[in-house]
Design a protein around this ligand. Structure first.
Ligand SMILES: [Cu+2]
Length: 176
């Protein structure tokens, strides 16, 4: 008899546990959802907008430098890039030749080049991993595996390490 009583109490307790959580959980969820929605309409939403403006340009700069020959950022090198696909079009794998000189115009041979890039307005990188596949001599380097997969403003960034100097340069492209 005592065992049956315990069983009944146990069954009620189990039933209560099964039934009780859903309304409580649902209520908590609603409160959480309401809180999150409220926050999104409030301060965090504007903070998020400011964050986006800080990190990503919303339009192409008016006087964007699209030169193919320029000095590296600290003027350690003079760098020229020439695409073997001319004009550069999207979705086509192609290669570039980089011509590296010191500021006096003497070729810089046997440098190490690291290539990256992406779209400043979209916040993504290159769709491929271009790299130097051949030292063409006389300060010229073949970069293979370049492909731009959409129209717009692209940056091609090159880190140059000559052994004596390390510097980087960024080339801009606007593709249609
Ligand atoms: Cu993009």
């Amino acid at each position: 008899m005592a065992q049956l009583g315990l069983f009944i109490i146990g069954a009620f307790a189990a039933l209560f546990l099964v039934l009780a959580p859903p309304p409580a959980a649902a209520q908590m969820k609603m409160e959480g959802g309401h809180g999150a929605a409220h926050n999104q309409r409030g301060k965090p939403a504007s903070a998020h907008g400011a964050h986006q403006a800080d990190t990503r340009p919303t339009k192409i700069p008016e006087h964007l430098d699209v030169a193919r020959t320029k000095f590296s950022e600290q003027a350690k090198f003079s760098v020229n890039v020439t695409s073997r696909l001319d004009p550069v079009t999207i979705n086509k794998m192609h290669s570039w030749v980089l011509n590296l000189k010191n500021p006096d115009g003497k070729p810089v041979r046997d440098a190490k080049l690291d290539i990256s890039g992406g779209m400043p307005m979209h916040g993504h990188g290159l769709s491929t991993a271009p790299r130097v596949t051949k030292n063409l001599g006389d300060g010229k380097y073949l970069i293979e595996g370049v492909r731009f997969n959409m129209a717009g403003w692209w940056e091609l960034k090159i880190v140059i390490d000559s052994g004596h100097h390390k510097d980087n340069v960024t080339f801009n492209l606007i593709l249609k």
